[in-house]
Write a protein that binds this ligand. Sequence first.
Ligand code: XIL
Length: 356
Amino acid sequence: MKKYSLLLATALLIFSACSKKETPSPVVVTPPVVVVDTMLYKMMPFPVGAAVNISLMKNNVRYSGIVTKEYNSVTAENAMKFGALHPSQNTYNWADADYLVNYAQLGNKRIHGHTLIWYTSLPTWVTNFVGDSAAWENLMKTHIQTVVTHFKGKVASWDVVNEHFEDTGIPRNSVWRQKLGNDYVARCFQYAHEADPSALLFYNDYGHEYSAAKRTAILNMITDFKARGIPIHGTGMQFHMTVNTSDANITAAITGAASTGLKVHISELDIRLNPSAAQNIAYTSFLGDQQALRYKYVVKTYNTLPVSQKFGITTWNVTDADSWIPGWQGAPDWPLPFDANYLRKPAYKAMIEGGK
Ligand code: XIL
């Protein structure tokens, strides 16, 4: 018995000695969790931009966060228009546009200027202006050259004239055309070029994808400018299109613009889901997927152009909450790649797919 107790005691002693020994706890190797998030512009083979609203840039961090993260080009949605920049004859209001230019410079983003001369968004001092054609010419030239000079070296490209044509292909009867004749468009390009010879100058318009007559008129004007040595470097196609726009029409617009040999900018892309302006309509994932197919087709077709012609694709604003479309068409819509909660929609991924 004594012998057994001794053995037991010895065993216990050994056991307790062993258990006191520091056994290293097993090292569990868990792979680090790497959240790989996409940034749209890093996934695209050409610049990708958004038109931005300056007050949202200043006051909404979710909005400015998306712009900062996803895009490498910006356009002012309204802040560089005539009425915003030049509210009275001797007053220029640079604050908002300068804010955006400064933001773009700090963040290494390109800034595209929109727009020097347009038939609308004019201040009343212009629409009420009284003067002969020399006085009108001087007004137009002074505006162009003051603006281009102010941003010289910072804004490297401009929509010089916006929307000169009607959908029928005839020149729009704008105040500029009434006072100065059709060829004011060419002179706008010359004035802008004089003020900043290194700026890239674009003619910008909508409807290339649905009006062959308008498309032809635009292409003819560009051909004429090239023949006359008018400094023009690119064509901007707005592409405010609908989910029903056909592949054939998108292709015709893109190949037509590319046939000029100039740079091509899809300058104001948005794709409406409610083209009949129905009031009682809701976003569905079906609609979102249809829209994604259109976004993908646009990007894919555009991406077939030579690198030197791909100036980039710019969407007209950032999220469905901020788009001009619902207000313009007087009905709900969801035209952009981000939803009203600032989340990516299928169109976002579709753009990346299209750019592969
Ligand atoms: C629109 C803006 O998005 C709106 O906020 C503004 O009220 C009117 O202008 N073609 C253009 C753009 O060239 O300047 C327009 O922008 C949309 C149509």
